[in-house]
Design a protein around this ligand. Structure first.
Ligand code: SAM
Length: 223
């Protein structure tokens, strides 16, 4: 088997879809970066090679989107996919460990939606501390959500489900949109005309094809 270590050639045009922290600081925040500084801001954590966030940005030109991925190869692939679509002025990708830059990049109660889809399960017990949805980081996500704003989580991983339920239920500032069910096995039914839409991710489609159950969590910030 040949393993490719070649980096994609990133052009100036591709680079326009990325925001680095010094650029963010220089611009004075997202309002200095997006063409519409007042549009609601939604965030995806860990997009991998998936294009859910590109589809959301296309479907909602009246919203701004920021998405994180810390693996450079996957990140670059998605930069290129944005270029292939002709660019998306309301979407910026950040190549960073989200847990390091989260508080710096987003003001308290400023986010209109947060998506965490198929976070790495870190199956070994000694690695559980690396899971994104731990009590500490979930509290930091919740602190940045505006009152009433949704936090959506999807996972196939039965073991991680237990931790996700515990962590989400343990975060007092979040309420469960689908209570009394802790999660759904299908996407939440959305009323006609709802601005929200369900867009399956790469991992979701792969697991569905394999017949694996998916767990869909729908929480929102109280208030
Ligand atoms: C299992 S993949 C899921 C990809 C995509 N969301 C999907 O559903 O197809 C999880 C991704 O999250 C990224 N990730 C995990 N922890 C992260 C972190 N702290 N900051 C940024 N990206 C992270 C990983 O590199 C990986 O690409």
């Amino acid at each position: 088997m040949r393993i490719s270590t070649r980096r994609l050639l990133i052009t100036e045009e591709d680079r326009r879809h990325e925001t680095r922290i010094p650029e963010f600081d220089e611009a004075g925040g997202w309002s200095g970066i997006f063409p519409d500084p007042d549009a609601p801001l939604a965030v995806e954590i860990g997009f991998g090679k998936d294009t859910h966030i590109l589809d959301q940005a296309e479907a909602h030109p009246d919203r701004n989107f920021v998405a994180f991925e810390y693996q450079r190869k996957k990140f670059d692939k998605v930069l290129k996919k944005i270029t292939r679509r002709g660019g998306l002025p309301n979407l910026r990708l950040v190549h960073a460990d989200v847990t390091n830059s989260w508080d710096h990049l987003f003001a308290p109660e400023s986010l209109a939606h947060v998506y965490v889809f198929f976070p790495d399960p870190w199956p070994k017990a000694r690695h559980h501390g690396r899971r994104t949805l731990n009590p500490e980081f979930t509290a930091r996500i919740a602190a940045r959500l505006a009152p009433g704003a949704p936090l959506e989580v999807r996972t196939d991983n039965v073991e991680y489900v237990e931790q996700i339920v515990e962590v989400l239920d343990g975060e007092a500032s979040l309420e469960n949109e689908v209570a009394p069910a802790p999660w759904l096995h299908d996407p939440i039914p959305l009323p006609e005309g709802s601005p929200r839409r369900h867009i399956p991710t790469l991992f979701e489609s792969k697991f569905r094809e394999q017949g694996l159950p998916i767990h869909y969590f729908y929480r929102r910030k109280r208030g």
